[in-house]
Each structure stands twice: as structure tokens, then as C-alpha cells.
Ligand binder design. Structure first.
Ligand code: PMP
Ligand code: GLN
Length: 383
């Protein structure tokens, strides 16, 4: 085995989804919707297959999708991109993150990120031979401590890996917070790689602000997103990265030897999705906001303290009121077995495990009746 990957083992998502199947439990662990997204997107995949678009796409991705990503960035954020050399299609955001980090980092470089962090970040940074430096976002506000953030930077900082809206906290970074990160990135001459996969899942009238729209940041930002969350097609694994042409060329240089290209018909269907009307995007956010409210109320009536998420489809609850001090053991041994609900311990996304010891992440991208059932099961749970 690759020694660089030794600390990481099996991902929590694989473990917990297998547990949900084995126990026939409600799976609020791994984040994936239990209903399909827009019919037009599903139909477009079938049409692409029937139209014979079944051989290797070009290395950068099908032009239809490159054009659709450019049009989407212009429509929602006023960002101008040249589809021919500023966008690369990848196998989900996961590959875009890995290829970007591998392209930008040399062994010994440092990557600054916030924790809890999405689990692939730590493993990917390790694979690049780089070091991660984290700034902790603490329950229940997940506010940035500016001194702690500054102390994560050094002369070796090469990249800031920023996820907003943020999994697992549900935090949507404000303009002021993004300015703080941007200022440090400029000061330390670092790149910012942004993971914006939840860009359309923001609530209560909040706004997702791409880092690349801040002054002086487009030239040092690689922006990543994917179709999985926006169109409820997590199994299609279509993602993309955009930014300055030379940097995107560097990422393409890595990607060509990871997967060469991704699956073609799903790229074309994603292009159709990116062209759907604004109302389709708004309806998704509205629907998820309702589900958030349902699960937050359910968790509260089960006696848990909850941080109300501003975006994403995850909510973090503190289970210390149940007398729990080890959320990992609690998720493995207690709620899955006794309540029949699977969730994910936040500590697996942290270096500072103590700060997250009693925190559990629940996904709410599920049918309302499933969320109600899960809440009722948790309310009945006695330890
Ligand atoms: N980043 C974050 C923050 C995520 O939650 C996910 C969801 N799995 C990904 C990246 C990966 O996205 P994809 O499935 O498109 O690879
Ligand atoms: N992004 C999803 C989550 O955080 C799924 C991750 C995965 O299966 N790798 O739950």
C-alpha cells in the first residue's frame, strides 16, 4: 500500500452506507438524495446515448458542456470564461480537487484548509506529498478566528482549499470572511482552490459568492463544482474546474493520467441541466430549506442542540445531551443499531478531534416522510 495513504483507511461514507444496508436503517449518513432531479436532465442522458454519443469525449470535455459551464458562470456570477481553455471537465468534483492539488503542489508545500474538512482533502493533500494546515470552525457558530487562520499560513503555503457552502457545517462564507481569506492568499502569494459543489443549495435568501469574483482573485483561483448536488445526480460524477488558462492546462496535464476523460452522455445531460431556468435552481433550494427545517425541528425535539445550516444538505447536532462523548462509537454502535438511523461523526473530518467529539452530521436530502420517521426514531432513543 502507498504509505502516504496509510492514515486514512476506508472512507466513513462507505462504512456508514454499508452499515445502513446491513441494519436496514435510515441512511442520513452519506449525502445523496432519495429522489431524482429534473426530468429534462434525465431525458438528455438517454437521448445522448440514443444519439450515439458513446465514445471518448475530447480531453477537456464535450464542447457542449464547456460552453454550458461558461454560460452558467456568466449568468449566475457575471464571470467571463473562455470555454476553450479556461474550463476542464472532470470525474466529479473529487477528481477536480485531486488534479488541482497535484498540479499546484510540490512535496513539502503546505495547503491551508478549514476543519472539519471534506474527507478527500486530507488524503489528496497527502498524496501530493504536501502538508495540511487547518483553521478550526467551532460548533455552533463555525466562526473564523482570524488569528488562528493567519497562523495557518507560512512561506510554504501554496494553496488555500476553501469549501463554501461548507460540508459538513452548512456554513456559507460571507463576503467579509472571503475577503479575509483572499487577503492572506494575496499576502502569501498562494492559490485558492474553491470547492463550490453546494453553490445552489443556500437558504434564507443568502448568496453564494465565488472567490474568483473578489478583486484580484480571478488570477489566483481555481473554482470547482459538479452536477451531483445541483441536479441530484451524484452517481453521474460530472464535475469541472475553471480559472486562468495556464493553471487549467496544468490541471488537465494531471487529469489526463488519472482518468483521461469521464463518461460522455452524462456530460451532455449536465449541459442541458446547466441551461435550465433560474426557477428550477430556486425550487431546489426552496425544497431543501423545507427539509432542513423539518430535520432541525425533529432533532431539537429529540433534545439535541443543532447548528442551523445556511446551505448544503447537512446539519450538525451535538449529542452530548444524550450523555455521549464519543460520536464515532455512538454512530457505529448506538444510533444505527438501536434507533435505526445512520449518521456520520464529525470527528472523522477533523485533526482537532476533541473539538468535535460529540458532534454528529445528518443529511436532509431525503423525502419528508423519511426525515419525519428518522426524527421519531431518534426521539424514542434512550441511552
Ligand atoms: N466536495 C464536497 C464538499 C462534497 O460534499 C462532495 C460530495 N461528495 C464532493 C466534493 C464530491 O463531489 P463529486 O461527487 O462531484 O465528486
Ligand atoms: N459528499 C457526500 C457526503 O459528504 C458523499 C461523499 C462520498 O460518498 N464520498 O456525504
Amino acid at each position: 500500500a502507498n504509505a502516504l495513504l496509510e492514515p486514512f483507511g476506508t472512507t466513513i461514507f462507505a462504512e456508514m452506507s454499508a452499515l445502513a444496508v446491513a441494519r436496514d436503517a435510515i441512511n442520513l449518513g452519506q449525502g445523496f438524495p432519495d429522489t431524482d432531479g429534473p426530468q429534462a436532465v434525465l431525458d438528455a442522458a438517454k437521448a445522448a446515448i440514443d444519439a450515439g454519443r458513446n465514445q471518448y469525449p475530447p480531453g477537456p470535455g464535450f464542447p457542449e458542456l464547456l460552453n454550458a459551464v461558461a454560460a452558467h458562470q456568466q449568468r449566475f456570477y457575471g464571470i467571463e470564461l473562455d470555454p476553450a481553455n479556461q474550463i476542464l471537465v472532470t470525474v466529479g468534483a473529487t477528481e477536480a480537487i485531486a488534479a488541482s492539488i497535484l498540479a499546484l503542489c510540490a512535496p513539502g508545500d503546505e495547503v491551508v484548509t478549514f476543519e472539519p474538512y471534506y474527507d478527500s482533502y486530507a488524503a489528496t493533500i497527502a498524496l501530493a506529498g504536501a502538508q495540511r494546515r487547518t483553521c478550526v470552525l467551532r460548533f455552533p457558530d463555525f466562526a473564523i478566528d482570524p488569528d488562528e487562520l493567519r497562523s495557518a499560513f507560512s512561506e510554504r503555503t501554496r494553496v488555500v482549499l476553501l469549501n463554501s457552502p461548507h460540508n459538513p457545517t452548512g456554513k456559507v462564507f460571507t463576503r467579509a470572511e472571503l475577503e479575509l481569506v483572499a487577503g492572506l492568499a494575496r499576502e502569501y502569494d498562494a492559490w485558492v482552490v474553491t470547492d463550490e459543489v453546494y453553490e445552489h443549495l443556500v437558504f434564507d435568501g443568502r448568496e453564494h459568492i465565488p472567490m474568483s469574483t473578489l478583486p484580484g482573485m480571478a488570477e489566483r483561483t481555481l473554482a470547482i463544482s459538479s452536477a451531483g448536488k445541483t441536479f441530484s445526480t451524484t452517481g453521474w460524477k460530472v464535475g469541472w474546474v475553471s480559472g486562468p488558462a495556464p493553471a487549467v492546462a496544468g490541471v488537465r496535464g494531471v487529469k489526463q493520467f488519472l482518468t483521461y476523460v469521464g463518461s460522455g452522455p452524462f456530460q451532455l445531460a449536465t449541459a442541458t441541466g446547466l441551461g435550465l431556468a433560474d426557477e428550477v435552481y430556486a425550487a431546489l433550494a426552496d425544497s431543501l430549506q423545507g427539509k432542513r427545517d423539518l430535520l432541525v425541528a425533529g432533532l431539537r425535539s429529540a433534545g439535541l442542540a443543532v447548528a442551523v445550516p445556511q446551505g448544503t444538505y447537512f446539519v450538525i447536532a451535538d449529542v452530548s445531551s444524550l450523555g455521549v462523548s464519543d460520536a464515532l462509537a455512538f454512530c457505529r454502535d448506538v444510533i444505527a443499531q438501536r434507533a435505526g438511523v445512520v449518521a456520520v461523526p464529525v470527528s472523522v473530518f477533523c485533526d482537532d478531534v476533541a473539538a468535535a467529539r460529540s458532534l454528529v452530521r445528518f443529511a436532509f436530502c431525503k423525502r419528508d416522510e423519511v426525515l419525519a420517521d428518522a426524527a421519531a426514531r431518534l426521539a424514542r432513543l434512550t441511552i
